[in-house]
Design a protein around this ligand. Structure first.
Ligand code: MG
Length: 445
């Protein structure tokens, strides 16, 4: 990570620190870094995204780089298209951050997010201001493109679409006024689903961008009323899918991930699944039972993507509802997650709540605490000291995870926001609460 980049690209408050002038420079630097080629650009639905995208595209074009503009599109459709047809891609988005934020995510030709080594090189170019200039007053070419149709075809080819259509599933979808509003309702209808879609208008956020039990109250109420086969909600760029059972019970992302991993372990014996160190122990229990392998990484979609590629894993997932399917791309894909879940429901003939009940059960609690970037280091050092004396096995690959006989607590400074997150899990709710309190008190100084 460099000064410019966080774990999820470059982010800031639009028109304050993430200005069109700044983004113009990023466009020039990206074109210079790539030394030409053809770049796919897309954006999320934030009101600042169009202006920022235009500034970024201007910078790219000035270096002689050609640009294709997909307009508003879910980020997984961008990573899929880049893998097929482009030198690289860029998405104007701040994912689940509050509406006033915006950001940029760079996608390399392999469909992996820009690697840390490449970020260092990029930042050097950005700071030097020595940018390529298209010769003789020329510039790159720019045109609009539609990437959603080929993406939908690829997702459909990867599942048993006929079996899904035969089931006529009923699905409640909450796209949170984000980029999936333009894709997932139509995609589900193409699979014969009856779709009840919420928050699909574009222009203003009718709920906060991050899909959590607290922000999804309308969605959960509608699910309870409509009693669909399941409900699914997305963040603004559409790479995370969070599910609810037909009764409106919120499902944590690592439960969904473990359920899908379970299916990979059954269908391809001995395969590998990648997940961050923060994930519930349920995945280790399932892998042990079915002879699968679990590869652990630092927290962050890009580390999972890199590890899925390197270890030739079948699947990768994280607790926030992000899943990676390497046959589509090496980035998190909320639409492919829904497609795979439909496939699983159709092939097993079971209800989602039945499948969930078969995943080993851990009680999970999480909270976040405000913490300025300047004090994160000293707070985390203090957490390490306090947890060291608590008799736990400590893992410090990313943040601090303290593992006890009957549960664990993890304390980690966010890479993108001024907060410290605390996750606890245990076989009983009371013990999970105890461990959460332990984490919070260790981080409270
Ligand atoms: Mg996202």
């Amino acid at each position: 990570m460099t000064g410019l980049f966080s774990t999820t690209g470059i982010r800031g408050i639009a028109n304050r620190d993430f200005t069109p002038e700044f983004v113009l420079g990023l466009g020039k630097a990206f074109g210079t870094f790539l030394k030409g080629g053809k770049v796919l650009v897309a954006r999320d639905t934030r009101s600042s995204s169009e202006a920022l995208k235009n500034a970024f595209v201007s910078g790219l074009l000035s270096t002689g780089t050609d640009v294709e503009d997909a307009g508003v599109a879910p980020i997984p459709s961008v990573s899929f298209a880049v893998k097929q047809n482009y030198t690289a891609g860029a998405m104007i988005t701040a994912s689940h951050n509050p509406p006033e934020w915006n950001g940029l995510k760079f996608i390399m030709g392999s469909s992996l997010e820009i690697a840390e080594k490449e970020e260092v090189e990029f930042e050097k170019i950005f700071n030097s201001k020595k940018f390529l200039l298209a010769p003789n007053g020329s510039a790159g070419t720019s045109k609009n493109c539609n990437i959603l149709e080929p993406y939908a075809r690829a997702l459909t080819n990867n599942i048993n679409a006929n079996a899904i259509r035969a089931k006529r599933f009923k699905v409640v979808v909450d796209t949170g006024n984000g980029a999936q509003s333009l894709f997932i309702p139509d995609f589900l209808e193409s699979l014969g689903c009856e779709v009840i879609a919420l928050h699909t208008s574009i222009g203003a956020f009718e709920r906060p961008p991050e899909p959590t039990p607290e922000t999804l109250t309308t969605f959960l109420d509608v699910v309870k009323q409509e009693k669909p086969d399941f409900g699914v909600a997305f963040d603004t760029d559409g790479d995370r899918a969070i599910f609810a059972t037909g009764q409106g019970e919120f499902i944590m992302g690592d439960v969904t991930g473990t359920l899908l991993a379970h299916n990979f372990f059954i269908n391809s014996k001995g395969c590998k699944v990648v997940t961050p160190i923060a994930t519930s122990k349920a995945i280790d229990d399932v892998a042990d039972e079915l002879g699968g392998k679990v590869v652990k990484t630092k927290v962050g979609g890009k580390y999972i993507g890199e590890s899925v590629m390197k270890s030739k894993a079948a699947y990768g997932f994280e607790e926030n509802g992000g899943s990676i399917f390497p046959e589509i791309s090496f980035m998190r894909d909320g639409s492919a997650t829904v497609a795979k879940l439909l496939d699983l429901l159709a092939s097993t003939g079971k209800f989602l709540e039945q499948l969930i009940s078969e995943v080993p059960k851990y009680y999970q609690l999480k909270t976040k605490m405000n913490c300025s970037p300047e004090t994160k280091g000293s707070v985390m050092a203090n957490v390490l000291k306090k947890l060291e004396v608590s008799g736990a096995e400590l893992i410090t690959m990313d943040g601090i995870k303290a593992i006890y006989e009957d549960g664990s607590v993890m304390v980690r400074a966010s890479g993108t926001e001024p907060v410290i997150r605390v996750f606890a899990e245990a076989k009983t709710k009371a013990r999970a609460k105890e461990l959460l309190d332990l984490g919070v008190s260790a981080a409270s100084g």
